[in-house]
Design a protein around this ligand. Structure first.
Ligand SMILES: NC(=O)c1ccc[n+]([C@@H]2O[C@H](COP(=O)([O-])OP(=O)(O)OC[C@H]3O[C@@H](n4cnc5c(N)ncnc54)[C@H](O)[C@@H]3O)[C@@H](O)[C@H]2O)c1
Length: 239
């Protein structure tokens, strides 16, 4: 199951997992994109709002692999940050992964094998101003992932985070447009001077590069990789 599988990184993960032979459950708020991806890869679409616990209760539980990917961003100073937006971001990016783990781990434990991959972020390891809800949620998923790793180890279940810097997806395209308007500079300058300021590698990552790491974590050689956070950040966290 890939949450947020209708777009960006989630879509790339769904495509890569399907190509490797998985039957992928594509969960997304956007019904049309969930259906389009599911048709493209021969998977199953599950339109669902992950901020709604009842909707999560309708999703399948007999999974081998859970990719917690769905997410959203909101950029504002803490004093201006809408409280309901903060809460929504925690619901989608922290509570939903917790509820999905709660529902799906019993099946993985029963079969003695499972893979949980959490799409965290460089912002799970580092903070940036004006992203209080996002940085809080990403630091929280780091903790949840590690607890799942400790509890799952004896059952053959691994849990890891991947931590990309800026990936070329609609989420980032929207940020580039917003920052361009806010700073009165062109989109290329936003990428070079704002987004890639702390990255040694001066380019965006492609969603397929993130999906390749996810696929590796779900493959046959990574049973001993658990509780880890794998930076895909062009050297950001090394500096
Ligand atoms: N793009 C980046 O630079 C970047 C970097 C690091 C981490 N990430 C993380 O990767 C994940 C995917 O981001 P993306 O860049 O592919 O974004 P995206 O906007 O392209 O895709 C996110 C998907 O999540 C879905 N979604 C949002 N709210 C939902 C909800 N309530 N219920 C169900 N689905 C919902 C959206 O409909 C969308 O299809 C996020 O967790 C994000 O934080 C992204």
């Amino acid at each position: 199951m890939v949450t947020g599988g209708g777009s960006g990184i989630g879509r790339a993960c769904a495509v890569a997992l399907a190509a490797a032979g998985a039957l992928v459950h594509v969960v997304d708020l956007d019904e049309e994109s969930a259906r389009t991806v599911a048709v493209d890869i021969g998977g199953e679409a599950h339109p669902a709002d992950l901020s709604d616990a009842a909707a999560i209760g309708e999703l399948p539980t007999d999974l081998d692999i859970l990719v917690n990917n769905a997410g959203l961003q909101h950029v504002a100073a803490i004093e201006d940050f809408p409280a309901e937006r903060f809460e929504l971001i925690q619901k989608v990016m922290v509570t939903a992964p917790f509820l999905l783990l709660k529902r799906t781990l019993p099946h993985m434990y029963a079969q003695g094998w499972g893979r949980v991959v959490n799409i965290s972020s460089a912002h799970g390891l580092r903070a940036s101003p004006f992203k209080s809800a996002y940085v809080t949620a990403k630091h929280a998923i780091e903790g949840l992932s590690k607890v799942a790793a400790l509890e799952g180890a004896e059952h053959g279940v691994t849990s890891n985070c991947v931590n990309p810097a800026y990936v070329r997806t609609p989420l980032v395209e929207r940020q580039i447009a917003a920052q361009s308007a806010a700073h009165g500079i062109g989109p290329e300058q936003v990428v070079g001077e704002v987004l890639l300021r702390r990255s040694a590698a001066k380019r965006l990552i492609e969603p397929e590069e993130v999906a390749a790491a996810v696929l590796w974590l779900c493959g046959p050689h990574t049973g001993f990789v658990t509780g880890a956070s794998i930076p895909l950040d062009g050297g950001w966290t090394a500096s």
